[in-house]
Design a protein around this ligand. Structure first.
Ligand SMILES: C[S@@+](CC[C@H](N)C(=O)[O-])C[C@H]1O[C@@H](n2cnc3c(N)ncnc32)[C@H](O)[C@@H]1O
Length: 204
Protein backbone atom coordinates (compact mmCIF):
# COMPACT_ATOMS: atom_id res chain seq x y z
CA UNK A 1 0.00 0.00 0.00
CA UNK A 2 1.42 3.42 -0.97
CA UNK A 3 0.18 6.98 -0.41
CA UNK A 4 -1.59 7.07 -3.77
CA UNK A 5 -3.52 3.88 -2.92
CA UNK A 6 -4.52 5.45 0.41
CA UNK A 7 -5.66 8.67 -1.30
CA UNK A 8 -7.71 6.69 -3.84
CA UNK A 9 -9.28 4.48 -1.15
CA UNK A 10 -10.31 7.46 1.02
CA UNK A 11 -11.47 9.48 -1.95
CA UNK A 12 -14.02 6.68 -2.52
CA UNK A 13 -14.76 6.37 1.21
CA UNK A 14 -15.18 10.07 2.00
CA UNK A 15 -18.83 10.32 0.93
CA UNK A 16 -20.01 7.50 3.21
CA UNK A 17 -17.28 7.50 5.85
CA UNK A 18 -19.31 9.21 8.57
CA UNK A 19 -22.01 6.55 8.39
CA UNK A 20 -19.51 3.78 9.14
CA UNK A 21 -17.31 5.60 11.71
CA UNK A 22 -19.79 8.16 13.07
CA UNK A 23 -22.34 7.39 15.82
CA UNK A 24 -20.97 3.91 16.67
CA UNK A 25 -17.54 5.29 17.52
CA UNK A 26 -18.55 8.27 19.68
CA UNK A 27 -17.91 6.57 23.03
CA UNK A 28 -14.52 5.33 21.87
CA UNK A 29 -13.53 8.78 20.62
CA UNK A 30 -14.55 10.37 23.93
CA UNK A 31 -12.65 7.72 25.85
CA UNK A 32 -9.54 8.20 23.72
CA UNK A 33 -9.62 11.94 24.38
CA UNK A 34 -10.18 11.47 28.11
CA UNK A 35 -7.15 9.14 28.23
CA UNK A 36 -5.04 12.05 26.97
CA UNK A 37 -5.80 13.93 30.22
CA UNK A 38 -5.43 17.27 28.52
CA UNK A 39 -4.67 20.31 30.65
CA UNK A 40 -6.00 23.81 30.01
CA UNK A 41 -5.12 25.19 26.58
CA UNK A 42 -3.19 22.01 25.71
CA UNK A 43 -1.69 21.74 22.24
CA UNK A 44 -3.02 18.56 20.63
CA UNK A 45 -2.33 16.71 17.39
CA UNK A 46 -4.78 14.35 15.73
CA UNK A 47 -3.02 12.28 13.07
CA UNK A 48 -5.15 11.02 10.16
CA UNK A 49 -7.96 13.36 11.22
CA UNK A 50 -10.11 12.28 8.25
CA UNK A 51 -13.54 13.94 8.26
CA UNK A 52 -12.91 15.36 11.73
CA UNK A 53 -15.30 13.10 13.62
CA UNK A 54 -13.31 13.43 16.86
CA UNK A 55 -12.91 17.21 16.71
CA UNK A 56 -16.19 18.09 18.50
CA UNK A 57 -15.12 16.09 21.57
CA UNK A 58 -11.90 17.92 22.41
CA UNK A 59 -12.16 20.54 25.18
CA UNK A 60 -12.85 23.86 23.47
CA UNK A 61 -9.86 25.60 25.11
CA UNK A 62 -7.39 23.13 23.51
CA UNK A 63 -5.57 23.92 20.29
CA UNK A 64 -6.13 20.94 18.00
CA UNK A 65 -4.21 20.36 14.76
CA UNK A 66 -5.51 17.67 12.38
CA UNK A 67 -3.27 16.19 9.67
CA UNK A 68 -4.48 13.98 6.83
CA UNK A 69 -3.25 12.93 3.41
CA UNK A 70 -6.70 12.79 1.80
CA UNK A 71 -8.03 16.08 0.46
CA UNK A 72 -11.48 14.50 0.05
CA UNK A 73 -11.62 13.44 3.71
CA UNK A 74 -10.35 16.86 4.86
CA UNK A 75 -12.95 18.63 2.72
CA UNK A 76 -15.56 17.05 4.98
CA UNK A 77 -13.70 18.06 8.15
CA UNK A 78 -13.86 21.82 7.53
CA UNK A 79 -17.21 22.35 9.21
CA UNK A 80 -16.11 20.44 12.34
CA UNK A 81 -12.88 22.46 12.35
CA UNK A 82 -14.68 25.82 12.16
CA UNK A 83 -13.34 26.99 15.51
CA UNK A 84 -10.50 29.45 16.25
CA UNK A 85 -8.49 26.74 18.03
CA UNK A 86 -8.77 24.05 15.33
CA UNK A 87 -6.52 23.72 12.28
CA UNK A 88 -6.37 21.25 9.38
CA UNK A 89 -3.23 20.40 7.44
CA UNK A 90 -2.96 18.27 4.31
CA UNK A 91 0.13 16.13 4.76
CA UNK A 92 1.74 12.78 5.45
CA UNK A 93 1.94 11.60 9.06
CA UNK A 94 5.33 10.09 8.19
CA UNK A 95 6.69 13.66 7.70
CA UNK A 96 4.95 15.94 10.17
CA UNK A 97 5.55 19.69 9.75
CA UNK A 98 6.15 20.30 13.47
CA UNK A 99 9.22 20.75 15.66
CA UNK A 100 10.32 18.11 18.15
CA UNK A 101 8.38 18.18 21.41
CA UNK A 102 5.49 20.35 20.18
CA UNK A 103 2.39 18.58 21.55
CA UNK A 104 0.90 17.89 24.99
CA UNK A 105 -1.27 15.09 23.63
CA UNK A 106 -1.61 13.08 20.42
CA UNK A 107 -4.64 11.10 19.27
CA UNK A 108 -4.48 8.57 16.42
CA UNK A 109 -7.99 7.21 15.85
CA UNK A 110 -8.35 4.32 13.38
CA UNK A 111 -5.24 5.35 11.51
CA UNK A 112 -2.17 3.31 12.51
CA UNK A 113 -3.36 0.34 10.40
CA UNK A 114 -4.39 2.61 7.52
CA UNK A 115 -1.06 4.33 6.82
CA UNK A 116 1.49 2.91 4.38
CA UNK A 117 4.33 3.16 6.92
CA UNK A 118 3.08 2.79 10.51
CA UNK A 119 6.63 2.72 11.93
CA UNK A 120 7.39 6.10 10.35
CA UNK A 121 4.09 7.42 11.73
CA UNK A 122 4.86 6.21 15.26
CA UNK A 123 8.39 7.66 15.07
CA UNK A 124 7.01 11.03 14.02
CA UNK A 125 4.32 10.96 16.70
CA UNK A 126 6.96 10.24 19.28
CA UNK A 127 9.23 12.97 17.93
CA UNK A 128 6.59 15.72 18.06
CA UNK A 129 5.28 14.72 21.50
CA UNK A 130 6.55 16.73 24.47
CA UNK A 131 8.29 14.75 27.22
CA UNK A 132 5.48 13.33 29.33
CA UNK A 133 2.82 13.90 26.65
CA UNK A 134 0.21 11.22 26.27
CA UNK A 135 -0.26 9.35 22.98
CA UNK A 136 -3.46 7.36 22.40
CA UNK A 137 -4.15 4.98 19.52
CA UNK A 138 -7.70 3.81 18.79
CA UNK A 139 -7.78 0.83 16.47
CA UNK A 140 -8.64 -2.77 15.84
CA UNK A 141 -5.64 -4.95 16.56
CA UNK A 142 -5.16 -8.56 15.42
CA UNK A 143 -7.44 -10.89 17.35
CA UNK A 144 -5.91 -13.27 19.90
CA UNK A 145 -8.66 -15.84 19.18
CA UNK A 146 -7.24 -18.38 16.66
CA UNK A 147 -10.43 -18.63 14.56
CA UNK A 148 -10.96 -14.86 14.41
CA UNK A 149 -7.27 -14.37 13.67
CA UNK A 150 -7.53 -16.82 10.72
CA UNK A 151 -10.59 -14.95 9.38
CA UNK A 152 -8.79 -11.62 9.73
CA UNK A 153 -5.79 -12.98 7.81
CA UNK A 154 -8.10 -14.27 5.08
CA UNK A 155 -9.99 -10.99 4.60
CA UNK A 156 -6.94 -8.75 5.02
CA UNK A 157 -5.99 -8.51 1.29
CA UNK A 158 -9.56 -7.39 0.46
CA UNK A 159 -9.89 -4.88 3.32
CA UNK A 160 -6.47 -3.45 2.48
CA UNK A 161 -7.31 -3.09 -1.23
CA UNK A 162 -10.85 -1.74 -0.82
CA UNK A 163 -10.68 0.18 2.45
CA UNK A 164 -6.96 0.82 2.98
CA UNK A 165 -7.42 -0.98 6.34
CA UNK A 166 -5.44 -3.99 7.65
CA UNK A 167 -7.79 -6.44 9.36
CA UNK A 168 -4.98 -8.49 10.95
CA UNK A 169 -2.87 -5.63 12.28
CA UNK A 170 -0.35 -6.47 15.02
CA UNK A 171 0.97 -3.27 16.60
CA UNK A 172 3.34 -4.71 19.21
CA UNK A 173 6.37 -5.34 16.92
CA UNK A 174 5.99 -1.79 15.57
CA UNK A 175 5.89 -0.25 19.04
CA UNK A 176 8.98 -2.29 19.93
CA UNK A 177 10.78 -0.97 16.86
CA UNK A 178 10.01 2.63 17.76
CA UNK A 179 10.71 2.20 21.46
CA UNK A 180 7.18 2.74 22.72
CA UNK A 181 5.37 0.46 25.14
CA UNK A 182 1.71 0.12 26.04
CA UNK A 183 0.96 1.78 29.35
CA UNK A 184 -2.84 1.43 29.22
CA UNK A 185 -5.07 -0.76 27.06
CA UNK A 186 -8.82 -1.17 27.10
CA UNK A 187 -11.56 -2.47 24.85
CA UNK A 188 -13.87 0.23 23.53
CA UNK A 189 -17.24 0.10 21.75
CA UNK A 190 -18.69 -0.95 19.47
CA UNK A 191 -18.67 -4.68 20.29
CA UNK A 192 -15.34 -4.49 22.09
CA UNK A 193 -13.79 -5.07 18.65
CA UNK A 194 -11.67 -1.93 19.03
CA UNK A 195 -9.04 -0.91 21.57
CA UNK A 196 -7.73 2.29 23.09
CA UNK A 197 -3.97 2.02 23.71
CA UNK A 198 -1.93 4.60 25.55
CA UNK A 199 1.67 4.29 24.42
CA UNK A 200 3.43 7.21 26.05
CA UNK A 201 6.20 7.21 28.56
CA UNK A 202 8.34 4.34 27.29
CA UNK A 203 12.04 4.65 26.69
CA UNK A 204 14.05 2.73 24.09
C1 LIG B 1 -9.94 5.06 8.94
S1 LIG B 1 -9.63 6.75 8.59
C2 LIG B 1 -9.67 7.48 10.21
C3 LIG B 1 -10.10 8.91 10.16
C4 LIG B 1 -10.27 9.60 11.52
N1 LIG B 1 -9.06 9.51 12.33
C5 LIG B 1 -11.42 9.06 12.32
O1 LIG B 1 -11.27 8.85 13.51
O2 LIG B 1 -12.49 8.87 11.76
C6 LIG B 1 -7.89 6.76 8.25
C7 LIG B 1 -7.40 8.13 7.83
O3 LIG B 1 -5.98 8.10 7.76
C8 LIG B 1 -5.58 8.90 6.66
N2 LIG B 1 -4.21 8.52 6.27
C9 LIG B 1 -3.77 7.33 5.81
N3 LIG B 1 -2.45 7.39 5.58
C10 LIG B 1 -2.04 8.64 5.90
C11 LIG B 1 -0.79 9.30 5.90
N4 LIG B 1 0.34 8.69 5.53
N5 LIG B 1 -0.74 10.57 6.31
C12 LIG B 1 -1.87 11.23 6.71
N6 LIG B 1 -3.09 10.64 6.74
C13 LIG B 1 -3.17 9.37 6.35
C14 LIG B 1 -6.63 8.60 5.59
O4 LIG B 1 -6.64 9.58 4.58
C15 LIG B 1 -7.90 8.57 6.44
O5 LIG B 1 -8.50 9.83 6.53
Amino acid sequence: MDLETVRRAYSRWARVYDLAFGPGMVKARKRGISMLQLGREAKVLEVGVGTGLSLPFFPSDCHVYGVDISRDMLARAHERAAHPRRGLIEGDVAHLPFDDGTFDGILAPYVVSAVPDPVAMLREVRRVAKAGARIVLLNHFASEHPLLAAIERAINPATTRMLGFHADFDVQPLLDEVGLAVSESEKVPPFGYWRALRVDGAEV
